[in-house]
Design a protein around this ligand. Structure first.
Ligand code: IPE
Ligand code: IPE
Ligand code: MG
Length: 247
């Protein structure tokens, strides 16, 4: 890879992993089988991200609206998250991956909350890829929690309302300290955000892939990255001006 190509690699890729249920249905299998195969695709993708030197990978694993699904499916999904952390944490740590979780922890049971905390604490000083798992995550919920936290500080006299700038809001989001996603990928052919990173996606590039998530492969990932690198990002300015403007 030439230096020029490397410089336009995305720093942060976020993925809406969709289509597990349809993958299973197509094969006459129960939905849980699609979710299980989805975990394999997660492992493949984390490896591929590490391979190309990506700094941040965010995976949308469970939305704040996914509680609307039948109880048995919700419990399967919670079980898969727990199993993933228990089985894969040591390997991720060995690979120098830092794990971060975004989403509302208050809405989760204590055993899961403890596991998530353990994953973050064990890997906090790792310096390769940062893997961000969005669990019980909804962007509107995240923004509302940030607004409530700012409002509390204003009410207590710690903050002046005039200091509530876009940067101040960014700093109260779950993604504090993480750069905005350069590229958002959604699988399964659906072309919507479904309440994912609404604030952070202001200038993200989007790539929609027809494959269901369990079929997402290393090759598909690299093709998406290549497509991203051919895009012209302007951030409201003109072509080629962005670096000069320091955005
Ligand atoms: C993505 O697959 C996983 C989650 C949303 C948890 P889906 O379960 O949404 O699969 P489809 O969209 O029904 O096929
Ligand atoms: C988005 O997928 C959430 C995750 C991938 C975790 P959904 O399948 O829940 O989204 P909708 O309902 O089709 O918009
Ligand atoms: Mg879906």
């Amino acid at each position: 890879m030439s230096d020029i190509t490397r410089s336009s690699l995305p720093e942060h890729v976020a993925i809406i992993m969709d289509g597990n249920g349809r993958w299973a249905k197509q094969r006459g299998l129960p939905r849980i089988m699609g979710h299980r195969r989805g975990v394999e695709a997660v492992r493949t993708t984390v490896r591929a991200a590490g391979e190309c030197g990506l700094k941040y990978l965010t995976l949308f694993a469970f939305s704040s609206e996914n509680w609307r699904r039948p109880e048995s499916e919700v419990s399967d999904l919670l079980g898969l998250l727990k199993a993933f952390i228990r089985r894969d944490l040591a390997d991720l740590h060995k690979e120098n991956v830092r794990v971060r979780i975004i989403g509302d922890r208050e809405g989760l049971k204590e055993d899961i909350r403890n596991l998530l905390l353990e994953a973050e604490q064990m890997t906090r000083d790792n310096t390769a890829l940062t893997l961000i798992i969005a669990f019980n995550y909804g962007s509107r919920d995240e923004i509302a929690r940030a607004a409530a936290s700012l409002a509390r500080d204003v009410a207590e006299g710690k903050l002046d309302a005039s200091s509530i700038t876009p940067d101040a809001i960014t700093a109260r989001l779950d993604t504090n300290g993480i750069p905005d996603p350069d590229l958002i990928i959604r699988t399964s052919g659906e072309e919507r955000l479904s309440n994912f990173l609404l604030w952070q996606a202001a200038y993200s590039e989007f790539i929609f892939i027809p494959d269901y998530w369990p079929d997402f492969s290393r090759d598909t990932f690299f093709v998406a990255i290549d497509q991203y690198m051919a895009r012209d990002r302007r951030f409201g300015g003109l072509s080629g001006q962005v670096a000069l403007a320091g955005v």
